[in-house]
Structures are given as structure tokens and as C-alpha cells.
Design a protein around this ligand. Structure first.
Ligand code: C2E
Ligand code: CA
Ligand code: CA
Length: 657
């Protein structure tokens, strides 16, 4: 059974058998493995040949001529020593597959020479001496050929050549001698060696299969490794690979302080595109973004998708900050070009932030956080371009951290209060609304301006609780206001994106008992940009309850006309930045254009930051009905505001303009 199986395996595929026993140039890996295995055995083979030759020479020393028992064997042993040294010194790990193939071929050819030499010498010695010496020759031939087959397991062609030459010569010699004992010995030896060569070949095929399966396992391992490092959607390297490269770059740069840059890019309008056109369209946008970014990946630039619509770029060997900023701005511009989605086109746009090693940090986390901070800066202040992390940012981070620590440890309910700034209706010269503005006085930091602590609360995830705390205070204070005066409250850009916050705002309004129609919520364009669809839904929900919505700081952001058509708004607050120039031609035309727009769309236009009577006159001339600013009234606590109403120091009476 076992033998039958061996036969079947052995001759299962003749081509396989042939390619197995003859070294193949097309399989350099197998040639190398053969050479490595052979190196372990060939020196023993030469040692064995030398010892066997010595013993045979010794038993024939007194009988045969000296050149046959001393001269020739010495030469043969010398050859063995030279070859053994050669194999000893061989470093298979350092040679190529092709070279290994050549060496195997040379070894096979040499076995022909060695076989002929050794068997020829032994059979020549057979002419000298009696039956004992002749028996020794037979034993010499038999054990030497068996030992050779064993030692040449990993080079079957050589084993086969040895068998054919040695056993062939031995058989011929014994048959011609006519001695039946020697014929029997020769036949017996021939049978044993043929079986051994078969077993050897079979083992060798198993060895080849093992080499092949190891190579396949290695290939699969490498493929798995590649897949584990690739983002399946864009085909770019993924986050894991990005951070591995970053760590490697830091390690390589550590001693030399070689500069490199880490940049993060984030699409500006990916979420609205995804929400409006669906996930397939979103995937298409990411694929195209990946393709465009991939075009920047050269020897010195590595591009990866970090997740969602965030991409990372590592720029090696940076010459100077200007060049990297320029490259990053080119990347932003490339991502600014429209992407076609069938019949429509979208412009996701892109902002970037970058940090330079070692200036911005030496650890991967520090570098990444700083590039992320610079990205946040781009998003807030200069969308569509890249910002380099600078010393000013470092100082700002430090200051922010102090605010963050104070914010987390503070008794916010006790330390925060609301001030109220009146908004005047110039048609009736009566205060119609008061805007609630947060004030925080911390025992350690003193007064912290609201735009600063709101931004920190947004970044550290506290904005939800801060907004609700302030809203509850404002709603409680508003109960003291005359019923004809409304309350305007600022929502952070993060609030509208969180359905949890929107629901909590609705609940707080209901709980307060204040008529929702007296409440206006002020939103910035950033809030709408963050998640347009979500903002639209939230605004619809709030308005359904009677709450009014005003767009704050208009003119400082994107000022996209799109909002007015697609969003149900009640008013627009023209940013105070325009008031300084309201008397100049440019300022006048900006303000009058915005007011025209409000009139056409039936929205209230509210001019912020009115400080002088000239500004007030100018905006009124353009038909602005509602005004707010230091001229009308400073932000002040509710008690002072009510006092002002009572003493009529606030213009509840007509203002002379
Ligand atoms: P904002 O909503 O644009 O608020 C108006 C800001 O302009 C207030 O600054 C106010 O004091 C100031 N202001 C009013 N009239 C004049 C004027 O005539 N001239 C000048 N130069 N400034 C004037 P404030 O109180 O420092 O608030 C700054 C920003 O902080 C606010 O800008 C708003 O974005 C944010 N903020 C304030 N309170 C809150 C709040 O309760 N929640 C949220 N989310 N943000 C708030
Ligand atoms: Ca406001
Ligand atoms: Ca404002």
C-alpha cells in the first residue's frame, strides 16, 4: 500500500518529476533552498569519500603499486578537501537564485567526474589481492554509493548520475568477471540503490512542495500586509500605514533633525454632499479626492486616507516652510475643482493644516495634534487653504489649555452670568429684543471673553452643557422682561449639529414657560456649513414651535445666497465689521446690498455694532429697521437693563437721529 502510494506520488506527474530532480532556472527560490540544504551535507560526503578511499588504499597497500595506493588516492583526497573547503566557505544567503542554479549544475557535472574517478580506481584495485580484498572493493562501492545518494538528497540529478555511473560500471565489471558471488552482490546493490533513488526523489518532491508552499505563504502574508495597509475605497495607504511611516520618519530623523512635514486635509462640504446626494455619491467624491491626492504622491510625498473625508500627507526632506505651504495650497486648489456626479457637479472644497518636524513637535501625537489644530484654524478662518502651525498657535494652545482646565474645574453655574444688549426698532424707536451675551468671571483667569471660552468648550466637548446652562439663565432672566420685548440667544455652531442639544433647547424653552415667539436663536454660517441638512431639519423644528431664527455675523463667512433659498430664516444680522466703513462707498454698497436682499426675501435686517449717530443715520438711510450697538445700549446685567427701562435712559422713547 505504502509503496504503491509512493509510486503514485512519484510518477503522478512526469513533468513535475523531471522539473523536480533537475534544477530549474525558473525557480530560483527552490535552487537557493537546495543549495542551502546541500551545503549542510556535501562536506560530510567528501569526508566520507576520503575515509573510504583511505581504508581501501590501506587494505591494498602491500598488494598494488604505490601510485595506486598512495599517489592517486592522495590526489583524490586532495580534490575532496578542496571541494569541501569550497562548500564550507559558501554563503548561500548572499548569492542570487541564478548563481545557485549554476552552482547546482556545476556540482552535478562534478559528480560525474568524481563517480568515474572513484569507481574506476576501486575496480582497478580489484585486479590486486585475493577474495577478501575483492570483497572490500565490493563493500567500498556499495556503501560509498549509498552514502552518496543520502548526501545528495537535495540534488537528485547528481544522486542519479552517481548511481548510474557507479552501479553501471560495477555491474559490467562483475558480469565480465563471471564470478556469481560478485554478480549477486552487484545486482543486490543495484536493486537497493534504485529503491533508494526512488525514495530520495519522492522526498525531494515533498521538499519542493514545502519550498513552494512556504513561498506561497510568504506571498499571501505580503498580500495580507498590503491589504491591511490599504484603504479599500481610494486605494491609498490607510491610517495605520500613515502612522507607521510617521513613526519611521521620526525615528530616522531623530539624530539628524532632518525636517519633514505632516499635513492633514479635510473636505469642507463632504457631509452636505453625502447627505444630499447619498452615500454612493459620497464614495465617488472620496475616490476622486483620493485620485487627485494620489497625483501628489511622489518619492518624497506619502498620501494616505486617515478616515472619513480626512487625508494625511507626509512630506519628506522639507527645504523651507514656504515651499510646503505652497505645496499644501496646491493640494487644496486641486481638491477645489468640481467633481462630476453624473449630471450634477459638486465642489467639496478642502482645507489643510500642517506641522513641521521638529519645530511643531518630536512625537507623532504632538505633530498630528498640531497639524490638526492648524486645520481647525483653516476651517474657522480661511477655508479652502492650508495653515502652517506657528508659534502664535502654540501660545494660543497654551492659553486655551488654561481656559480648558479652568472651564472643567469651574462652578459654571456660579461663575457665569448673562448680560443683555438691546436691539432697537428704528420704525417705532422701541426696544424690541435683547441679545443675551455670556459673561464668565473665573477666580484664577478673571474675565474670559465669551468667543474664547465658547470655542474652547466646543473643542473639549463641553459646549452642550455650557449652552444649556446659559440658555436656562437667559430664559429665567427673560421672565422679568416686559412681555413685548423678546430674547435673542446665540447658539454655537456645534449645537445645531447635535440633535441632543436641539431637543434639550426645545425642552428648556417649554419648561421656562416663555412664549417661544419671543425667542430668537442666532446662528452663524459655520453652523450651517457643518451639516446643512441637519441644520435645515433643526431650524424647521424650532420654527414649528414659533422660535425665530436669525443668521448672525452675516458677511464674514461664505455668505452663500443658497442659504436664503433653502433655509427658513427670519432675520439677518449684518456683522459689525461693516459698520466702521458704512459711510464709505464700499461699506455703503455692501450694507445696502444686504439690506436689499433682506427686503426682497422678507427678512428682518439687523445692523450690529452701531457706535455713532453717523452710523445709525447711514444704516437708516439704507432702510435698516433694526439696530444694535454701544450707541443704543451696552451689554449689561438684567437688573441694570430693567433699571434703564424704568429710568428711561434706554431709548424706549424715540431716539433723535
Ligand atoms: P456676537 O453674537 O456677534 O455678539 C455681539 C458682540 O459684539 C458682543 O461681544 C457685544 O458685546 C459686541 N458689541 C455689541 N455692540 C458693539 C459695538 O457697538 N461695538 C463693538 N465693537 N462691539 C459691540 P461679546 O459679548 O464679547 O461676544 C462675542 C461673541 O461671543 C458673540 O458675538 C457670540 O458669537 C459669542 N457669544 C456671546 N455669548 C454667547 C452665548 O451665550 N452663546 C454662544 N454660543 N456664543 C456667545
Ligand atoms: Ca449674536
Ligand atoms: Ca454678531
Amino acid at each position: 500500500m505504502a509503496f504503491g502510494k509512493t509510486r503514485m506520488t512519484l510518477f503522478h506527474d512526469r513533468r513535475q518529476l523531471l522539473s523536480g530532480i533537475i534544477p530549474s532556472y525558473t525557480d530560483p527560490e527552490a535552487c537557493l533552498r537546495q543549495l542551502i540544504e546541500l551545503q549542510k551535507q556535501v562536506p560530510s560526503l567528501y569526508a566520507l569519500l576520503s575515509v573510504n578511499a583511505c581504508t581501501l588504499a590501506f587494505t591494498h597497500h602491500a598488494l598494488a603499486p604505490a601510485w595506486m595506493t598512495v599517489g592517486l588516492p592522495s590526489g583524490m583526497i586532495g580534490l575532496c578537501v578542496v571541494r569541501a573547503m569550497h562548500w564550507w566557505r559558501l554563503r548561500p544567503q548572499e548569492i542570487s537564485g541564478a548563481e545557485a542554479f549554476n552552482r547546482l549544475r556545476a556540482t552535478s557535472l562534478l559528480t560525474v567526474l568524481f563517480s568515474a574517478l572513484f569507481v574506476g580506481w576501486a575496480l582497478c584495485l580489484n585486479a590486486y589481492g585475493g577474495p577478501f580484498e575483492q570483497g572490500h572493493v565490493a563493500i567500498f562501492v556499495a556503501i560509498t554509493v549509498v552514502a552518496c545518494i543520502f548526501c545528495l538528497t537535495h540534488l537528485p540529478v547528481a544522486a542519479l548520475l552517481v548511481t548510474v555511473i557507479v552501479i553501471g560500471c560495477f555491474l559490467i565489471h562483475c558480469f565480465t568477471s563471471g564470478n556469481s558471488v560478485f554478480i549477486a552482490i552487484a545486482l543486490n546493490t543495484a536493486f537497493v540503490t534504485v529503491v533508494m533513488v526512488r525514495i530520495l526523489t519522492n522526498n525531494f518532491l515533498a521538499f519542493l512542495q514545502l519550498v513552494a508552499s512556504k513561498a506561497e505563504a510568504q506571498r499571501l502574508g505580503e498580500e495580507n500586509q498590503r491589504l491591511a495597509h490599504t484603504d479599500s475605497l481610494t486605494g491609498l495607504p490607510n491610517r495605520r500605514y500613515f502612522f507607521q511611516r510617521l513613526d519611521a520618519l521620526i525615528a530616522a530623523s531623530a539624530g539628524r533633525d532632518a525636517a519633514f512635514a505632516l499635513a492633514i486635509f479635510d473636505l469642507d462640504r463632504f457631509k452636505p454632499i453625502n447627505d444630499t446626494f447619498g452615500h454612493t455619491a459620497g464614495d465617488r467624491v472620496l475616490e476622486e479626492t483620493g485620485r487627485r491626492l494620489g497625483a501628489f504622491a511622489t518619492g518624497g510625498v506619502m498620501v494616505a486616507r486617515l478616515g472619513g473625508d480626512e487625508f494625511g500627507v507626509l512630506i519628506h526632506a522639507v527645504d523651507g516652510p514656504d515651499e510646503v505651504v505652497e505645496l499644501c495650497n496646491r493640494i487644496c486648489s486641486a481638491l477645489h475643482a468640481p467633481i462630476s456626479l453624473g449630471e450634477t457637479q459638486v465642489m467639496p472644497g478642502c482645507s489643510g493644516g500642517l506641522a513641521l518636524y521638529p519645530h511643531a513637535g518630536r512625537a507623532a501625537d504632538a505633530l498630528f495634534d498640531r497639524a490638526d489644530y492648524a486645520l481647525y484654524h483653516s476651517k474657522e478662518r480661511k477655508r479652502g487653504s492650508a495653515t502652517l502651525f506657528s508659534q502664535e498657535h502654540e501660545d494660543a494652545i497654551r492659553a486655551e489649555r488654561a481656559v480648558e482646565t479652568a472651564l472643567q474645574g469651574a462652578d459654571l453655574a456660579a461663575e457665569m452670568e448673562m448680560h443683555y444688549q438691546p436691539i432697537l426698532d428704528t420704525a417705532t424707536d422701541r426696544i424690541t429684543t435683547v441679545e443675551a451675551l455670556a459673561r464668565w468671571t473665573n477666580p484664577k483667569l478673571g474675565r474670559v471673553p465669551p468667543d474664547r471660552f465658547i470655542a474652547v468648550a466646543e473643542r473639549c466637548g463641553m459646549i452642550h452643557s455650557v449652552t444649556l446652562l446659559l440658555l436656562r439663565k437667559a430664559l429665567a432672566d427673560a421672565a422679568q422682561l416686559p412681555p413685548e420685548i423678546g430674547l435673542s440667544f446665540n447658539l454655537s455652531s456645534h449645537d445645531l449639529a447635535s440633535s441632543e442639544t436641539v431637543i434639550a433647547v426645545l425642552a428648556a424653552v417649554r419648561q421656562s414657560g416663555l412664549d417661544p415667539r419671543r425667542i430668537t436663536l442666532e446662528l452663524t454660517e459655520t453652523a450651517l456649513m457643518r451639516d446643512f441638512e441637519g441644520a435645515q431639519q433643526a431650524i424647521t423644528l424650532l420654527r414649528a414651535l414659533g422660535i425665530k431664527i436669525a443668521l448672525d455675523d452675516f458677511g464674514t463667512g461664505y455668505s452663500s445666497l443658497n442659504y436664503f433659498h433653502r433655509l427658513p430664516l427670519d432675520g439677518i444680522k449684518i456683522d459689525r465689521g461693516f459698520m466702521a466703513d458704512v459711510e464709505s462707498d464700499l461699506g455703503r454698497s455692501v450694507v445696502s446690498t444686504i439690506l436689499d436682499l433682506c427686503q426682497n426675501l422678507g427678512l428682518d435686517g439687523i445692523a450690529e455694532g452701531i457706535e455713532t449717530t453717523e452710523q445709525l443715520k447711514a444704516v437708516r438711510r439704507h432702510g435698516c429697521r433694526y439696530v444694535q450697538g454701544y450707541l443704543i445700549g451696552m451689554p449689561q446685567p438684567m437688573t441694570e437693563l430693567l433699571e434703564g427701562f424704568r429710568k428711561r435712559t434706554l431709548p424706549v422713547e424715540p431716539v433723535a437721529v
